[in-house]
Design a protein around this ligand. Structure first.
Ligand SMILES: [Zn+2]
Length: 294
């Protein structure tokens, strides 16, 4: 568990990064990690605080970000049982799971490739507006919908008092972003979302620090890291768009390797998104968009 800034901590290694906000009101999580990791995640949270976990905000519907929802929602045992690290005991209020309505829709209409929806752990507090806000542990928290980016149900979470933003998988330093076309993602929405994150961040006096950014996967970042990532995405998108305007096919574009100068930084042996996959996602996204020449 890494302290980030203000009320905010980050827990890595349980699937997607988990943001933990603690204070007098209780605990709020952004994302809940993989289902199998939930007991370990809870044990780590309990080292920090024994307060009730009252909110989970899901940044999107992928299993490495929502898998722990069910475990955090179940009531188990008594107060004595809490010593055994149960998430919830009699008397605790129910956990509120917040997500964009498209997260709920995706989780309740499996396509056959996905696991069936869990009994517990669905967003009960879904929103369909451009943003939703709440006040918890003495700070304002704004949850913004970022349309058609990594998926069609992406949220970023801005902790205004602590000055920290959790981005979900819109931002993945050290790896190319996964544009999940099957679940409504798109390259232009991805860039819009990165630009929006940059609108909200303010650098520190020495270009380090200032607003901290918790990515979907990877290390704690600041505004400069998001700028570098956004510029990379824009440059590669523009290269592919230029080639598409010359009527090059996907195979021809892949052969040119439009990501080559970035591959050292963004491709590791265990990278989730390979260079060719990123190129293909951009190509297909531009091809299917209403204004590919935009
Ligand atoms: Zn994801």
């Amino acid at each position: 568990m890494l302290p980030v800034q203000g009320n905010i901590y980050m827990l890595a290694g349980a699937g997607g990064n988990i943001t933990v906000q603690t204070g007098k009101d209780g605990i709020l999580l952004v994302d809940s990690g993989l289902e199998a990791m939930q007991p370990l995640v809870l044990a780590e949270i309990r080292k920090l605080s024994r307060a009730p976990i009252l909110y989970i905000v899901n940044t999107h519907m992928h299993a490495d970000h929502v898998g722990g929802n069910a475990g955090f929602s179940e009531f188990k045992g008594s107060l004595a049982g809490d010593a055994n690290n149960n998430a919830r005991v009699e008397g605790d209020p129910a956990v509120k799971i917040i997500g964009h309505e498209n997260v709920l829709n995706r989780m309740t209409t499996p396509t056959g490739k996905e696991t069936p929806p869990p009994q517990f752990g669905l967003p009960v507090d879904e929103y369909a507006t451009p943003f939703k806000d709440l006040r918890f542990n003495g700070e304002g928290i704004v949850i913004y919908h970022e349309p058609k980016a990594h998926t069609d149900g992406d949220s970023i979470v801005f902790f205004r008092g602590s000055d920290v933003i959790s981005t979900g998988d819109i931002f993945t330093p050290g790896g190319y972003p996964f544009i999940d076309l099957e679940h409504g993602g798109g390259i232009n929405g991805e860039i819009d979302a990165l630009d929006h994150i940059l609108d909200l961040t303010i650098p520190g006096k020495t270009q380090e620090g200032g607003t901290y950014v918790i990515p979907g996967h990877g290390r704690i970042c600041d505004e400069a890291d998001v700028v570098e990532f956004r510029d990379m995405v824009v440059i590669i998108r523009d290269r592919i768009r230029t080639m598409m305007k010359k009527d090059m096919t996907l195979e021809q574009i892949k052969a040119v390797r439009p990501t080559l100068d970035y591959d050292t930084e963004y491709i590791k042996s265990n990278s989730f998104v390979k260079a060719d996959q990123f190129v293909e996602a951009i190509y297909k996204s531009l091809k299917s968009s209403d204004s590919p020449g935009k």
